[in-house]
Every structure is written in C-alpha cells, then in structure tokens.
Design a protein around this ligand. Sequence first.
Ligand code: TXA
Ligand code: MG
Length: 352
Amino acid sequence: MKLIKYNNINDDEKVIECCECIKNGGVVIFPTETVYGIGVNALDEKAVKKIFLVKGRPSDNPLIVHISNYDMLGQVCDIDKISIIERKLMDSFWPGPFTIILPKKDTISDLVTAGLDTVGVRMPNNHVALKLVENAGVPIAAPSANISGKPSGTTVEDIIDEIGDKVDYIIDAGMCDIGIESTVVKLIDNKIKILRPGKISKEDIENVIGEGNVFLDKKLFESVKKEEKVESPGMKHRHYAPNIKCILVYSNDEDKQIEEINKIIVDNVEKYNNILVLGFKEHKKYFDESMFIDFGSKYDLSEISKNIFTALRRLDKLDCDLCIIEGVDKKGIGTGIMNRLIRACEYNYVEV
Ligand code: TXA
Ligand code: MG
C-alpha cells in the first residue's frame, strides 16, 4: 500500500498516479466530503470483486457509483428514464452528499448492484474525489472504507488499522467534513423515499419538490429481519456497532435524558465493570468526569455528525464494557445521526 498525503492542489499530481491504478484494476481509498471511500473502476468486474473481499461485504449489498460530471451519468444509468423530479434533485444537490437510485445500464455489472436493476449514483463534493474520477475517466464504485459492519472510516488513522494492508493506495486528506454517509433516495410512485438519511435532510428535499412528496422509509429506526424485503439492502445488515454493548437514550426534555442515563448507570453498576457515557460536551458536568466522553456540542449537530464514527471506534479501544449514548432530536442532520446511533446500539433504545 502506498500512502499519499494530500494537503492542497499542489498535490494533484499524486492523485493522477492513483487514477492510473484505478484504470489498471487497482483499489484506492480516497476522501469524500462524507466519509472515505474504497474505490475501483465500476466497469471492471474483477476490480469490483476485490471490494467485496477487502470489506468482507455481503454480496447482496450494492455499491454506490461515483461520477464527476453529467456526461458520465450516461455510462451508468438509462438517461431517458430519468424523471423531472430526479433531475431537479440532482441539479439541487450535486455535487454533494446525495445518492439517487436510478435505472441501471447494462454496462454496470450485477456485482455492483447486487443483481438489482437499479444503481445508486453520487457526484461527491470533494476536490480529490472529483479529480480521481475525472482523470480515471471511469465511474468509480466506492463503498465506505471500513470492514463491513464497522463504523465508516472518516480518518485515515482508523482506516489504516482496519484495511490499510489490503489496498493499493490511500489518499489522506484529513478528517472528512460531514462524517456520516450520503443521503440515499429513490423515486417510488412519484414520491421520494429516503432510504438512508444524511446531511441532505427531508426538509432540504421538500424545499425542492414540495412538502408531501418526501417520505422517510419506515425501516430507518427499526431492526429488519433477514428474510424481510427492504428497499435498500444496506438496512438489513449489522452496521456501525462497536464490540461493547451500547444503549441509546433520548428525551426531548434534557433533564429527563440525563436522569434516565443516571438511572441506567445505577441499575447496571453491579453487572458491568466500566460504564461510559458518550454525549454532549455541555453535559460533562452531570457525570463523573472519568466516565464521560463527548462527541461535540448539543448546539452543533454537524460537529456531532463529524465526530460520531471516530467516537464509536474509540469505545472499543477504551477499557469499558457498557456505553450509554445520548440521543439528538430527529431534525435536519439529526435524523441521520439517530439512524446511525440506533444501529450502533443494535436497537437498544430508550425514549423517555
Ligand atoms: O457517502 C457515501 O455514500 C459513501 C461515500 C464513499 O460516497 N459511500 C457509502 O457507500 O456509504 P456504502 O456502500 O457504504 O453504502 C451504500 C448504501 C448501502 O446501504 C446500499 O444498500 C445502498 O447504499 N444502495 C446502493 N445501491 C443501491 C440500490 N441500487 N438500491 C437500493 N440501495 C442501494
Ligand atoms: Mg458503508
């Protein structure tokens, strides 16, 4: 593996080196504005196979294909089948943290789409990612850079430990800005369904196509059984969970939230050796300092979103066996944060 440090446009030459690797069927980990991606040429079946191997990803979970301009869209999906609503959304949110499920073209292998007749497409808003796709000249299939089931990689330090030795290049451009993966949507019966919430919120989409036209998939906060049919295969798989037990606690009344966490601590103090609380930095004062770690300010959900996956990974490195996590309001990016946290806690969720 070759590690490349990307600081500014003077390092663009180094990205070009990675484009050659992609063209030759290699695997490159690269930054996006959401999380790091592990990318290969989406048109090269052999290369696509490598991704599933490196991640240990179930073959029924399709990959997102990244493009750098609208000309490339025609290489991955059937342009004639794109509706006005879908166009409007692409125009509003691309480049950006927004993935849209579209009718796929035959050039895209069934491996990429896990046998579905649709493909998830995204134009990322990150200079390195766009440069990589543009100069490779092919769409890049890239899931998040982590072992399947683990929190997504948002810093290269986390990623190197996990899969660094299994790829050809890693481009390190520092910590990702947004920290949770893109919003995934699909047009169904002329309405937009959100299959994975992200920075682009339900409210943002409503602003473009009108209220009443956007729905959250009802499975976003529920556990899904293996045999159940879901719109997005990713919903079925274990995801984001640290090795230790975690409980998510939420109340729209802050005092109650803190009270409930303290109650859980008292109830469990005999059963567990070392209990931690992961929460808002403003709440540190309510707990024993040695048992509290923060993931940002309650006044800044984007800070929490940015930190969430590194915080979850930290839990496994600390000497603790139970973590109680503070929930946030399901508004704006808060919906995406809660979706990741509920899954990290494997649906151990208490609302008071
Ligand atoms: O922000 C992101 O989207 C990151 C960066 C690297 O772009 N990528 C990412 O990919 O999160 P991944 O593979 O970790 O998540 C892709 C999600 C999965 O939940 C998958 O099931 C869903 O998108 N997906 C992909 N293609 C789909 C399709 N054709 N229909 C329904 N869901 C699809
Ligand atoms: Mg992922």
